[in-house]
Design a protein around this ligand. Structure first.
Ligand code: CA
Length: 306
């Protein structure tokens, strides 16, 4: 199957709304290249370009893309084959009113650091930050589908996905989303050339990317998926966003318990205890309007829930 290119110039959203008009409609099984612009819409091109406040529109997500046949109750499987940086530098910024240590002593905002990409002709490209080299490991910051009832701007992560800022959402991994609306309405953007778990200063190395994915509808899944779920080489990871880390951890753990109890025929308490042996809470980000965590379980203890 030929790979279809869909670019942000065709359309991008700043809000995941229950009612969205697609810019493209594709078949289940379609292979796509999705071109995304950087999360700040190109506003920062040098260190003298600073962000005085979080823009009203941020994290442009290329799409929405309707997937034929996807209907509420289905699962949309997004296999991420690769994420490639598409400009010669990323940028890291601090913004007033944003970030884990916003307003703390010694933390200066707004500040911009450009992160040039080097070694692109090699297998090991890296970005540089003030003379330090960091491997390029691109991450998709914002990815999701049309939500069930309430709209969410692309700054907010929730059950539909959105601004998840999760390092595992990268090439080689697969993300599963609940389908809430006909066609699912997939959109993505806000990529980083590199980002740490937590995204402490509020951004990664924000950058435009070309993303290769295969999208597939799973009809009548064996479980009712309520939130995004990630498959990596060696683990399944539930993903939850909430007002506090504790609340997000509780949701991510309950979701994992559901999966473990279905797999092993454990009751809920045994699955809870088992999760305490084999799971592992991980922080995605602590800076967006809701924070995001994941709970990982090795594939040895969990096969595909679908
Ligand atoms: Ca983000």
């Amino acid at each position: 199957m030929t790979r279809q290119t869909i670019t942000h110039e065709d359309g991008a959203i700043y809000e995941f709304h229950p009612t969205l008009e697609p810019i493209a409609t594709v078949e289940s099984g379609a292979k796509l290249t999705i071109e995304t612009r950087d999360s700040l819409d190109g506003a920062v091109q040098s260190e003298s370009d600073r962000m005085d406040s979080v823009p009203e529109e941020v994290n442009a997500a290329t799409g929405p893309i309707a997937v034929e046949g996807a209907k509420p109750g289905d699962v949309l499987c997004v296999e991420i084959e690769s994420v490639r940086v598409a400009e010669p530098h990323g940028r890291v910024v601090t913004i007033d009113g944003f970030g884990l240590l916003d307003g703390h002593e010694g933390i200066d905002s707004p500040r911009t650091r450009m992160t040039p990409i080097e070694g692109e002709e090699t297998d090991e490209p890296y970005l540089t930050f003030e003379g330090c080299e960091i491997p390029v490991e691109p991450v998709i910051g914002t990815i999701g589908v049309a939500p069930k009832s309430d709209p969410y701007t692309t700054l907010v992560p929730h059950d539909h996905g959105g601004n998840l800022d999760t390092t595992d959402i990268t090439g080689g991994n697969t993300v599963y989303f609940p389908v809430f609306q006909e066609g699912a309405m997939l959109a993505m953007g806000d990529s980083k050339a590199a980002m740490a778990d937590g995204e402490m200063c509020g951004t990664g190395a924000e950058i435009a990317t070309d993303i290769d994915v295969t999208v597939e509808v799973i009809e009548d899944p064996a479980i009712e998926l309520e939130r995004p779920l990630i498959r990596t080489d060696d683990a399944w990871k539930t993903v939850a966003s909430a007002e506090t880390l504790e609340k997000a951890c509780q949701i991510a753990n309950r979701d994992l318990i559901e999966l473990l109890s279905a797999e092993h025929s454990f009751d809920f308490t045994d699955a809870y205890m088992f999760s305490s042996l084999v799971g592992g809470l991980e922080i995605s980000q602590v800076v967006d309007p809701l924070v995001t965590v994941r709970n990982a379980v090795p594939k040895a203890y969990l096969s595909s829930p679908f």
